[in-house]
Design a protein around this ligand. Structure first.
Ligand code: GUN
Length: 301
């Protein structure tokens, strides 16, 4: 029987471990979150970030410029946050509106306050294995594996997806942990064959239930980073079948969340797997808190 990797339990462990570190600081760590516009999913994520800060006794500040903000105006906000001593971490929620130059905004965040690990300096630090803030979702996956006692060294890890936020840093962290790493993407010639070789399969493509039993080696560890909301009944029926618990959940709530992996196949074939929701998701915020506390520790000594 496959074991569920419980992200909520690991999140609670990580947050509990932060409390004494926060208590030791000369002032509370401060996180500024910039949310441009009103994308509903982003609003939910940012709400959870702010709430978690409050639960830990950290200070958070939410800035919500409207969707028509210019790149220069957003740069001015970032520069002001860079200059404020009581702000230890700055997070600009992605994605930004199309007219905003995302790279210029990420470049403007002081690398010391870059709790997402998206600044080119920190991307470079990750690449050469120097300590620096690591992107939250992939570092959460590493914590999940480590705390479950799942060995990574010498294993074949296949990462499906090559985004700057998840796929690329995930591959780099697995490589530093001595896995043999394959990165797959939309142009990969035979995706199923590549995935079948994985001892550790990571789904980070943003396509609902795209990875099925055809992609899964029995006994592999399956890490599902996807969070896809299905709001058409026909899609839920096509993926899970009439009479399934997912269709029942859809009929009750009008939508369901589905990862990048088919959850029934992952549950049946894996040794360990992460459900959606409740697997990788909770770790992202936990690691953001870790990065913010670490930034505060570095800045307050
Ligand atoms: N959007 C989705 N995930 C993330 C994340 O980890 N950080 C930021 N800033 N935006 C995101």
């Amino acid at each position: 029987m496959a074991q569920i990797l419980d992200g909520k339990r690991v999140r609670d462990e990580i947050l509990e471990e932060l409390k004494p570190r926060i208590a030791q600081l000369s002032r509370k760590p401060g996180l500024a979150v910039v949310l441009v516009g009103n994308d509903p999913a982003s609003e939910v994520y940012v709400g959870s970030k702010v709430k978690t800060c409050a639960e830990l006794g950290m200070v958070s500040e939410k800035l919500t410029p409207s969707a028509d903000i210019s790149t220069d105006e957003l740069l001015a906000i970032v520069q002001e946050l860079n200059a404020r001593p009581e702000i230890d971490g700055i997070l600009v929620q992605m994605p930004l509106p199309k007219h905003v130059d995302t790279q210029r905004v990420l470049d403007a965040i002081s690398p010391e306050k870059d709790v997402d690990g998206f600044h080119p300096t920190n991307v470079g630090n990750l690449s050469i294995g120097r300590p620096s803030p690591r992107p939250c979702t992939p570092s959460g996956v590493m914590e999940l594996l480590r705390r479950a006692g799942i060995p990574v060294a010498g294993k074949h890890a296949v990462v499906v997806g090559r985004s700057d936020i998840v796929g690329k840093p995930m591959a780099m962290l697995l490589l530093h942990a001595h896995a043999t790493v394959t990165v797959c993407h939309s142009r990969t010639a035979d995706l199923a064959a590549e995935c079948q070789r994985a001892d550790i399969l990571v789904g980070a493509i943003g396509r609902p239930a795209m990875l099925t039993r055809a992609h899964m080696k029995p006994g592999a560890v399956m890490i599902d980073v996807g969070i896809n909301r299905l709001d058409k009944r026909e899609d839920v029926v096509r993926i899970f079948g009439e009479g399934s618990d997912k269709v029942a959940a859809f009929d009750k709530r009008g939508s369901v969340l589905v990862g990048d992996m088919h959850p029934y196949d992952a549950a049946e074939l894996s040794s360990h797997w992460t459900p959606v929701p409740g697997g990788v998701g909770p770790l992202t915020i936990a690691m953001l808190m870790v990065n913010t506390v670490e930034a505060a520790e570095r800045r307050q000594v």
